[in-house]
Design a protein around this ligand. Structure first.
Ligand code: C2E
Ligand code: MG
Ligand code: MG
Length: 840
C-alpha cells in the first residue's frame, strides 16, 4: 500500500488535519466524540457505527491516521476490528485506541486489546485532556510509523533500482574478493564470457584471462591494494566459453574497510571486441587505401571528391587539399566526347559499376592513359552514398605494348618494317591495286659480297653498314612506299603505285646510284653494290608470296650475271631458280649418299719429270645429272654453309688416300687439297686438320693446302693466323690461282706459304703471248727470290713445258701429263713413274 501512500501530503498536514476514524455503535457517542474533536480543532473526522463500516471506511481512505474504536459493539466487536486492522498489511501502521465503558473488565479487556494490536486504552467517560494527549501521541506514532515505512520502501526501491542497474548494465560487473575469486556477477558479464552466473561464482577471474593477461591484472591489483593507484584501468583479452577472444576494458576499484583493507573489488568489464574488430578493419582499409598502387578517389553522391589516396596524388599531381571538394572532371583530358561520359554514367547507373580505359590529364598538363573502375556504393536504404574510382596509370603498359607491337613489326637492327609488316603492306597494296586496276612493284635487293664485310671487318661493322644502307635508302623513298629488311643483307622495297613497269626500273637505277656514294662506317669508307630483282603485280604474281619469290629469283639472276644491277622477273628465271633449288637440296644429300668423289691430278717436277705431288679435285657424281664440276656446285655449297662438312670430308679422304699410297710404296707424294673461303673462317680448321692427320696417320709435310690468291687477300687478317696455325702443324701451304688477284709479291713475304701456283690463264697462251710470257717469267724469278716454289697450272702443250723448264719453273700440272682421275686409275700412272720421259 505504501507504493501509493501520499507521503508528501502527510508531511504537509498538521495533526489536526490528519483524518481520524471514530467507530461506535451508539450514535450519541459518535456525535459526542465528533463534537469534542471538532471543538479541539481536528478537521477531518470520519464516523463508523459498526466494525464492517469501519473497515469499509479504511478501505476507501488511505490516509486515516488514527482509529478510536469502541470495544463493545454488536456483531464484530472492537477486538476483532482491531485485530483485522493491526494485522493487515494495509493498515497495520494505523494506531488503534480502544475506547470502553466497562471498567470492571478493564484488565481483561486491556490484555485482549493489546494483544489484538491496539496501542492504547481509554475508559468512558473520557477525560478530554486524556483523550487529546492520547490522540497526540498516537498521531506522532502514526507519523513515525509512516516515515519508517517510507524509509523501508525507499531502501527497497533503491535496492531494486540498483539491482536493475546492476543486471541491466551494458557493462559486465563483478565483485571479486581479495583472492581474486568472483563473489557476484551481473548478467552482462555472464553473457560476455558465455557462462551462467552459477558457473562463474567462486571461480578465479584470472581463469578467464588470456595468456599473460591474468598475470598483468594481478600486478595491477597489487598496485591498487598498495594504494599506488586509485583504480585500475586496463585492456585485457578474455577467453569466451567457446574459445574466442574477447577484448575488454577492465576497471577495478576497491571497496575499502575503515581499517584500510579492501573488503572486495568491483570489476567493471566493457567488451570492445566488436569495436576492436571494426577498428582493425578500418585500419586495414586505411592501409589498403593509403598503400594501394592504384589511385583511389571517393566522392559523395554528387560526385564531389571527398577523399583521395597517396597514389592518386602521385599520379595526378593533385594533393588531397586541392582535390577534395572538386569534381573528378578536373582530370578531364578533353579527349573524350560527351557521348563517352554519358555512356559511362548510363552504365554506372544501370549496373553500379563502370570499367574502361580513359585518358586523363595530370596537373602538369600531361595526358596519360588510365584503366578506371568506378563503383557506386549504396547505404542500407539502397541509396547511393559514394562513388569510388580506382584507377591505374597504364602509361608504362601502353609504352610496352607499343614497343612490343613495334618489335613484332620491325627489325630491331635497322628499325625498318620486318617481314610481318611488309606482308601486311603488300597485301594492302595488292588490294588497293586491284581496286584501282593499277600496278605495283616489289624490288628484292641483296647487297653484293656483304659477307666479305662481315668476314674482314667483323659483324659489328657489318651491322652498322646495314643500318647506314637502311637509312640512306629510307631517305630517298616516297612516303607511300615501304622499305623493309627481309633478313641478312636483303631488303625489300614495295612501290605501292606505279604507272608502268618502267617506273620500277627508274627506282632500281636510283637505288644503285645511291649506293655508289661510299658509306662511312666507323671511320671506314665502304662502297657497297647491290643486286636487285623486280616483280610486278599483277603480271608476275597475284599474291605477296609469289611476288616476293619471283623478285628474289630475278635478284639471283642478277647475282649470277655479275651483280650490281637490276633485272625484271621473267618466267624462264623460274625454271633456272627451280633447278638451282633442286641442286641445292640434292647437295644436302650428296655427302650422306656418298655421291662425292675425289679425282687426283699429278704434279711433276719439271727438272726430273718425276711425280712429286697430287692435287685432290672434288667431283659430284649426281645420280640424275652425271658428273658435276666443282665450279658449279662449290659456290652453292659455300652459300649454304655445306662447304664446311664437305671440305672436312675432302681433307680426310685425301689424307687417307695418300697414306694408302705411301703404304703401297709409291714414294713420297705431297697431297694438295683446296680450301674454301668459308673454311678459312672456321676457327677450328687447324684443330680439325691436326686430328685428321692423327687419325689417318699421315706425316704433315705430305699435306699441302691450297688457298686462292683472292681469298687470301680478302681475308688477310683472319687468314694469316689460321695459315700460321696450319703451318705450325707442319702442313705445307700454297697460293692457288696466282695472277688473278691483286696481291703484290711483297705481300707473299709475310705469308707462311711455300708455293705459288700460277693460274692457267697465264699459262694458256705461252709462249706466244709476250705479255703473259713477261708476267710468268717475272713471277717465277720473283718467287725464287722469295724462296718460294712455283707450280704452273694448266700445262697442255710441249712448248709451254719447254718455256717453263727454261724459266726454271719448279713444277707443272696439266692435261699434257695427266687429267684429274679417280684414285685407281692414277695408281696405274704412278706405277709408270716418269711422265715426262713418256712424252718422249
Ligand atoms: P684449281 O684448284 O685451280 O684446280 C685446277 C683446275 O684446273 C681443275 O679444275 C683441273 O681439272 C683443271 N685443270 C687441270 N689441268 C688442266 C689443263 O691442262 N687444262 C685445263 N683447261 N684445265 C686443267 P676442276 O677440277 O674443275 O676444279 C675447278 C676448281 O674447283 C679448282 O680450281 C678449285 O678451285 C675448285 N675445287 C676443286 N676441288 C675442290 C675442293 O675439294 N675444295 C674446294 N674448296 N675447291 C675445289
Ligand atoms: Mg687448286
Ligand atoms: Mg688453280
Amino acid at each position: 500500500m505504501f507504493d501509493t501512500f501520499p507521503f508528501s501530503i502527510l508531511e504537509s498536514l498538521t495533526d489536526r488535519q490528519i483524518p481520524i476514524l471514530v467507530v461506535d455503535d451508539a450514535q450519541d457517542n459518535l456525535d459526542l466524540m465528533e463534537a469534542l474533536l471538532l471543538s479541539e480543532g481536528y478537521e477531518n473526522i470520519r464516523l463508523a457505527s459498526s466494525g464492517p463500516e469501519a473497515l469499509a471506511t479504511l478501505a476507501n481512505h488511505s490516509n486515516i491516521g488514527l482509529v478510536l474504536l469502541d470495544l463493545m459493539m454488536p456483531g464484530m466487536d472492537g477486538h476483532e476490528v482491531c485485530r483485522r486492522i493491526c494485522q493487515s498489511e494495509q493498515w497495520g501502521h494505523i494506531p488503534v485506541i480502544m475506547v470502553t465503558g466497562a471498567a470492571l473488565r478493564r484488565r481483561d479487556a486491556l490484555n485482549k486489546s493489546f494483544s489484538a494490536g491496539a496501542i492504547d486504552f481509554l475508559t468512558k467517560p473520557i477525560s478530554e485532556v486524556e483523550l487529546l494527549a492520547r490522540i497526540h501521541s498516537a498521531l506522532t506514532l502514526y507519523r513515525e510509523r509512516v516515515m519508517r515505512q517510507r524509509k523501508v520502501c525507499e531502501v527497497a526501491e533503491s535496492e531494486e533500482k540498483f539491482r536493475i542497474i546492476f543486471d541491466q548494465a551494458p557493462v559486465g560487473i563483478a565483485h571479486v574478493d581479495l583472492n581474486g575469486r568472483i563473489l557476484l556477477v551481473n548478467r552482462r558479464l555472464c553473457s560476455i564470457l558465455g557462462y551462467a552466473d552459477g558457473d562463474l561464482l567462486e571461480r578465479s577471474f584470472e581463469d578467464f584471462c588470456q595468456g599473460q593477461h591474468g598475470a598483468c591484472l594481478d600486478e595491477g591489483v597489487k598496485d591498487l591494494i598498495a594504494g599506488e593507484v586509485a583504480y585500475l584501468a586496463v585492456e585485457l583479452a578474455l577467453v569466451h566459453k567457446q574459445g574466442s577472444t574477447i577484448w575488454v576494458h577492465l576497471t577495478v576499484s576497491a571497496l575499502w574497510e575503515p581499517s584500510g583493507i579492501p573488503r572486495y573489488f568491483i570489476y567493471v568489464v566493457e567488451d570492445f571486441s566488436e569495436r576492436k574488430r571494426a577498428e582493425e578493419n578500418l585500419r586495414l582499409a586505411a592501409t589498403v587505401f593509403d598503400c594501394s598502387a592504384e589511385a583511389i578517389v571517393i566522392t559523395d553522391p554528387q560526385a564531389n571528391i571527398v577523399k583521395v589516396n597517396r597514389t592518386f596524388t602521385e599520379i595526378t599531381g593533385y594533393a588531397d587539399e586541392t582535390a577534395v571538394g572538386k569534381n573528378p572532371r578536373l582530370l578531364s583530358s578533353g579527349i573524350h566526347d560527351e557521348t563517352f561520359y554519358k555512356s559511362m554514367w548510363a552504365t554506372l547507373t544501370a549496373f553500379g559499376q563502370w570499367q574502361g580505359e580513359i585518358s586523363n590529364r595530370r596537373k602538369n598538363g600531361e595526358i596519360y592513359p588510365s584503366r578506371l573502375t568506378i563503383s557506386a556504393v549504396k547505404d542500407h536504404k539502397g541509396e547511393i552514398c559514394n562513388y569510388i574510382g580506382i584507377s591505374a596509370d597504364i602509361t608504362g603498359r601502353k609504352v610496352a605494348e607499343e614497343r612490343l607491337s613495334f618489335l613484332a613489326n620491325h627489325d630491331p637492327l635497322t628499325g625498318l618494317p620486318n617481314r610481318t609488316l611488309l606482308g601486311d603492306r603488300v597485301q594492302h597494296a595488292i588490294a588497293l591495286a586491284n581496286r584501282r586496276g593499277s600496278e605495283m612493284a616489289l624490288l628484292f635487293l641483296d647487297l653484293d659480297r656483304f659477307k666479305n664485310v662481315n668476314d674482314t671487318l667483323g659483324h659489328d661493322m657489318g651491322d652498322l653498314l646495314l643500318q647506314r644502307v637502311g637509312e640512306r635508302l629510307s631517305e630517298h623513298i616516297r612516303k607511300s612506299d615501304t622499305l623493309a629488311r627481309w633478313g641478312g643483307d636483303e631488303f625489300v622495297l614495295l612501290l605501292e603505285t606505279i604507272r608502268r613497269g618502267e617506273d620500277a626500273a627508274i627506282v632500281a637505277r636510283r637505288v644503285l646510284q645511291l649506293l655508289t656514294e661510299p658509306i662511312e662506317v666507323a671511320g671506314y669508307e665502304i662502297v657497297v653494290t647491290a643486286s636487285i630483282g623486280i616483280s610486278l603485280f599483277p603480271k608476275d604474281g597475284e599474291n605477296s608470296q609469289t611476288l616476293l619469290k619471283n623478285a628474289d629469283t630475278a635478284m639471283y639472276c642478277v647475282k649470277e650475271s655479275g651483280r650490281n644491277n637490276f633485272q625484271f622477273f621473267t618466267p624462264e628465271m623460274n625454271i633456272l631458280a627451280q633447278e638451282r633449288f633442286q641442286i641445292e637440296s640434292d647437295l644436302r644429300r650428296a655427302l650422306t649418299q656418298k655421291e662425292l668423289v675425289l679425282y687426283y691430278q699429278p704434279q711433276l717436277e719439271i727438272a726430273t719429270g718425276k711425280i712429286v705431288g697430287v692435287e685432290a679435285l672434288l667431283r659430284w657424281q649426281h645420280p640424275g645429272r652425271g658428273m658435276i664440276s666443282p665450279n658449279q656446285f662449290i659456290p652453292l655449297a659455300e652459300e649454304t654453309g655445306l662447304i664446311v662438312p664437305i671440305g672436312e670430308w675432302v681433307i680426310r679422304t685425301a689424307c687417307e688416300q695418300n697414306r694408302q699410297w705411301q703404304e703401297a710404296g709409291f714414294g713420297k707424294l705431297r697431297m694438295a687439297v683446296n680450301l674454301s673461303r668459308l673454311q678459312l673462317n672456321d676457327h677450328h680448321l687447324a684443330e680439325t686438320v691436326s686430328q685428321i692427320l692423327r687419325e689417318t696417320n699421315l706425316q704433315p709435310e705430305l699435306l699441302e693446302m691450297e688457298i686462292t690468291e683472292t681469298v687470301m687477300m680478302q681475308n688477310l687478317q683472319i687468314g694469316i693466323s689460321i695459315l700460321q696455325e696450319l703451318g705450325a702443324l707442319g702442313v705445307h701451304l700454297a697460293m692457288d690461282d696466282f695472277g688473278t688477284g691483286y696481291s703484290s709479291l711483297c705481300h707473299l713475304r709475310n705469308l707462311p706459304i711455300g708455293t705459288i701456283k700460277i693460274h692457267q690463264s697465264l699459262i694458256r697462251d705461252l709462249p706466244a703471248a709476250t705479255d703473259d710470257l713477261a708476267i710468268a717469267s717475272a713471277i717465277i724469278s720473283l718467287a725464287h727470290n722469295l724462296r718460294l716454289k712455283v707450280v704452273a697450272e694448266g700445262v697442255e702443250r710441249e712448248e709451254q713445258l719447254a718455256f717453263l723448264r727454261h724459266q726454271a719453273c719448279d713444277k707443272a700440272q696439266g692435261f699434257l701429263f695427266c687429267k684429274p682421275m679417280p684414285a685407281a686409275e692414277l695408281e696405274k700412272v704412278l706405277t709408270q713413274g716418269n711422265l715426262v720421259r713418256n712424252l718422249g
